[in-house]
Design a protein around this ligand. Structure first.
Ligand code: FAD
Length: 405
């Protein structure tokens, strides 16, 4: 069996894993990232780059190269209730350098991070290689066994960072089971063309029994149609024409193109999960990102939290890891640092899921905008609060880990 020896083994090349790989390698830590797929090309994975991540790009000195990538800026987010527009979040008021959200295909962002990480001699991304089990030695995790294109491979490391997403296999191997909070909704993703004269801002459209989120992707609208938990099968059973009509009713400006939803294959189901681990670590192993906490899609903050976890992990662990294996106390510090943000964000998401979203899905008469929405729209200064939660998160992380020359 081939063996690779390294300081840090990151399992998973999503936002958490690629950012962690980049930051640790940049700090001079020998780092291997394992990604089971050959590329990052997976659709509907969340394409939002938040102001805190954009600021991080500046802190890393990537500004010019990052801005050169095709992306779409969004400065506000609105709620549309029964056809009336209520502005909810205004990112231009944020106390950040970058006062907007960027929409960029996630694969472009991950390719960018891989390219930047690859400039560091201590970084190695091994694709088409799936971690399958943990290696244990002297009572602690000492690496992973993986299956690559040329056969099995052992990665021996001082630390395994599990960033393998919400169905994390490494988390299972570590004996961890997340606490699930349940979610009253699922989401169907699809895309429709964007045309001249369409509304400008990204928006959540609420009508009796239906919700549609439309995100501006330049030449297309990325659309999220929210259904009650498990409602996907019933919706599909009603047939595609009924679905097209429902979309047109809630977003009349799309009615001239709903026929472009050619078949059900164009509509992808995201089963919404909200969960988190009580304990993110054991000796030699730490979970971050969705592997530690799957977020609700409310607010579209999953990528941001995953990236913030990576920054906190690098800030806290790069120094100790340079010297050798990391004490459990260091791993506990990462969890302690990030848990507050995760807990608070999930609590808010769950309130919005049950009080606003599920209530709207149950309604069978025209909706009245919730009081909070009407207040936000009437007092623009307050629109910075949701913008802050979405754009920066509860505890934004800043880079403190020095670059190793
Ligand atoms: C349909 C959908 C839409 C979403 N929309 C948004 C949005 O608009 N905004 C937002 O912020 N968030 C969104 N999210 C959530 C967001 O995508 C996640 O929160 C975020 O990607 C988590 O990052 P991660 O790196 O922790 O995990 P992931 O992105 O899941 O990455 C895990 C990586 O690990 C790899 N992997 C898994 N197992 C192994 C293994 N054993 N060995 C090697 N590699 C492995 C996977 O291939 C994957 O590349 C969405 C999620 C979904 C599913």
């Amino acid at each position: 069996m081939a063996t690779v020896t390294t300081r840090l083994c990151v399992v998973g090349g999503g936002p958490a894993g690629m950012m962690a790989g980049l930051l640790f390698a940049r700090a001079g830590i020998e780092t291997v990232v394992l990604e089971k797929h050959a590329d990052f090309l997976r659709d509907f994975r969340g394409d939002t780059i938040h102001p805190s991540t954009l600021d991080l790009m500046d802190e890393l000195g990537f500004t010019a190269r990052f801005r050169a990538l095709p992306q779409r800026r969004v400065e506000s987010f609105s709620g549309v209730v029964d056809g009336r527009n209520y502005r909810v979040a205004d990112f231009s008021r944020l106390p950040t350098r970058n006062r907007f959200l960027s929409f960029m295909p996630q694969w472009d962002f991950l390719d960018f991070l891989a390219g930047e990480a690859g400039r560091n001699p201590s970084f190695r991304l091994i694709r088409r290689t799936e971690a399958q089990e943990l290696i244990a030695a002297d009572g602690q995790v000492a690496g992973v066994r993986a299956q690559g294109p040329e056969g099995p491979v052992e990665i021996r490391s001082h630390l395994v960072l599990c960033a393998d997403g919400r169905h994390s296999r490494m988390r299972d191997c570590a004996g961890f089971t997340p606490r699930a909070f349940g979610a009253p909704i699922d989401v169907l993703w699809f895309r429709l063309p964007r045309r001249d004269g369409d509304p400008e801002a990204a928006a959540g459209r609420f009508g009796p029994g239906r919700i549609l989120i439309t995100l501006d992707r330049g030449d297309a609208w990325q659309c999220a149609y929210v259904v009650p938990k498990g409602g996907d099968a019933a919706l599909r059973a009603k047939g595609l024409p009924a679905f097209r009509n429902a979309v047109a009713e809630i977003a009349p400006f799309l009615s001239d193109r709903t026929a472009e939803i050619a078949d059900w294959d164009a509509v992808k189901l995201l089963t919404v999960t909200v969960d988190r681990l009580t304990r993110w670590y054991r000796p030699g192993l730490l979970c971050i990102g969705d592997a530690a906490h799957a977020m609700s899609p409310v607010g579209g903050v999953g990528i941001n939290l995953a990236i913030q976890d990576a920054v906190a992990a690098a800030n806290i662990l790069a120094g100790p890891l340079r010297a050798g294996p990391v004490a459990e106390a260091g791993l506990a510090r990462v969890q302690a640092r990030r848990m507050f943000a995760v807990r608070t964000t999930q609590a808010l998401q769950r309130v919005i899921q049950s009080r606003v979203i599920a209530a709207s899905l149950k309604a069978d008469a025209p909706l009245r905008a919730p009081l909070a929405l009407r207040i936000l729209d009437a007092v623009p200064m307050l629109q910075v609060l949701p913008a802050r939660l979405i754009g920066m998160g509860v505890r934004p992380e800043h880079l403190r880990v020095p670059t190793q020359a």
